[in-house]
Design a protein around this ligand. Sequence first.
Ligand code: AMP
Length: 273
Amino acid sequence: MEIIKEINKNILAKDICFIPTMGALHKGHVSLIKEGKQSSLPVIVSIFVNEMQFNDKEDFNNYPKPIEEDIKVLENFNVDYLFIPENDYVYPKNNFEKVSSGELGKQFEGSSRPGHFDGVLTVVNRFFELIRPKIAIFGKKDAQQLFLINEMVVNKKYEIEIIASPTIRESSGLALSSRNSLLTNRGKDKAALLYKVLKSTKKDFYSTGKTNFLENFSSNYLDEEIDIDYLEILDLATFSKPAENTEEFIILIAAYIENLRLIDNIDFKLEGK
Ligand code: AMP
């Protein structure tokens, strides 16, 4: 594996598969890498903790940064390039495009994290400009991010295939996340409730057709000390309220556990109840 701080001509000359991360790699990231290796293109993984997408300085400072372990993981999976850029290379003296995430960027995750999605789109756009990948892989775990990136690719007419990779979970159902390492064992048990809430919400939706859940669920789960920020069902294709002709749904949840913000989601088609 070649570790690089800047993109060189060699890389630009290749059709390449790009997987952006913020490091503290876990099995969720590994599944993206395995998917990338299946493309049979060379794989470039970036590790860049993008301060611009952190609306909370403390969250940025506390974000785990185990670079030596990460390098071992990437070498193990035969990643071709590890791209660890400096901040100034990604954001040269303010000479870069700040991408707006629009109205959707202010809703759901964006409503509690102002500026978060502008930061995400800005860095992903910079990486796309720098690397010009043929394929880029993102996790379905960050569903709103994935939706906004797909939208940006269409708007900017990028010829990049975006692959959406399924969410990897612990056996408890807890979606893997770099932030989980900051939870106590008790916190992890509580965090596993997020997936249970998603599944019971789906069941409730099938039996009642109701799309307003938080009232039903918050009282049950507040007892368990999960502080739910939002629980929403949306049309997966539009990321807005479901309509008569909605075929695929997504249920989103965000909650605070031990002062950490965790998100999760499930998506499904209406048939096959
Ligand atoms: P991050 O390092 O958190 O920015 O995540 C890098 C990529 O890994 C993003 O595309 C995430 O959606 C994806 N990812 C994070 N957690 C998981 C997971 N549990 N399963 C699958 N993909 C994930």
